[in-house]
Write a protein that binds this ligand. Structure first.
Ligand code: NAD
Length: 262
């Protein structure tokens, strides 16, 4: 791994780092010089990401935690501070898919999706914020979705949670700008990951192959294809770096034009 230094000496905590966007971002941040705390509720996945970073010459720590638990979220911060003494960047990325519309969603499904995709995003930075305020420095990136920007049928509680993440991001940006803490949100469009596979299964979408399902989904995208995990990691890296020093409260689609056409 060539260390090119856009995040030299930074300490980054990434949730959902065991798969998809989180994993790609963890590898990318580490390649740019950050020490990365790879958080995931799947212990094997968290360790695999951290091991891959170490094998490539980077620095990483694996941590098993559930972002919907306040106790786990607090432990993410204390463990990071114990190991690295600082937290510069929090990427609240972990999330799960959902299916259904307003009348078919059960209360249990609503509570589960909101607990991880909305409350979990808040809890991920809640315990790091006092430390960032004290240091007058910090970057928070919240993972939203194009599903929080436009109406997409069949993802009801997911859309509600992601819309909440967008509002939460603007509120946090305003509240913490006086403390020199930047807060932005990313709104990815479709990228084929385990989350999307599960989402398709939950929604009963069938196709003869993954390639065919991706091709059907790609028809909704002006650029004519789904995205890649690296394309999401690229924006996360930019927002995390000092190149984005004057950017806060931004809601950034990375979606092949999906949000522009609805
Ligand atoms: P993924 O399934 O590949 O990875 C998600 C990771 O989060 C998994 O490793 C999982 O174990 C972990 N995770 C789930 N719940 C957790 C919890 N409670 N605590 C800790 N870790 C937990 O998914 P992905 O596609 O990389 O999605 C990452 C984020 O991007 C999610 O917030 C998702 O909503 C969002 N997103 C994805 C897409 C897409 O098309 N893939 C589009 C828009 C937004």
């Amino acid at each position: 791994m060539a260390i090119s230094g856009r995040l030299t000496d930074k300490i980054a905590l990434i949730t959902g780092a065991g798969s998809g966007f989180g994993r790609a971002s963890a590898l990318r941040f580490a390649a740019e010089g950050a020490s990365v705390v790879c958080v995931d509720r799947n212990a094997d996945a968290a360790h695999s990401a951290a091991d891959d970073i170490a094998a490539a010459g980077g620095t990483a720590l694996a941590l098993t935690a559930d972002v919907s638990s306040a106790a786990d979220a607090e432990r993410m911060t204390t463990t990071t501070l114990e190991h690295f003494g600082r937290i510069d960047i929090v990427f609240a990325n972990a999330g799960i898919p959902s299916s259904g519309d307003a009348h078919t969603t059960t209360e249990e499904e609503w509570d589960r999706v909101i607990a991880i995709n909305l409350k979990g995003v808040w809890l991920t930075s809640k315990y790091a914020l006092p430390h960032m305020v004290e240091r007058r420095s910090g970057v928070i990136i919240n993972q939203a979705s194009v599903g929080g920007l436009i109406g997409i049928p069949g993802i009801f509680p997911y859309a509600a949670a992601k819309g909440g993440v967008i509002s939460m991001t603007r509120q946090m940006a305003a509240a913490y700008a006086p403390h020199n803490i930047r807060v932005n949100a990313i709104c990815p469009g479709g990228v084929y990951t385990p989350l999307v596979e599960l989402s398709r299964q939950k929604r009963g979408l069938t196709a003869s192959s993954v390639e065919e399902a991706n091709a059907i989904a790609a028809r909704n995208y002006p650029l004519g294809r789904l995205g890649t995990v690296e394309e999401i990691a690229s924006l996360a890296l930019f927002l995390a770096s000092d190149e984005a020093a004057w950017i806060t409260g931004g809601i950034y689609p990375v979606d092949g034009g999906r949000g522009a056409v609805g």
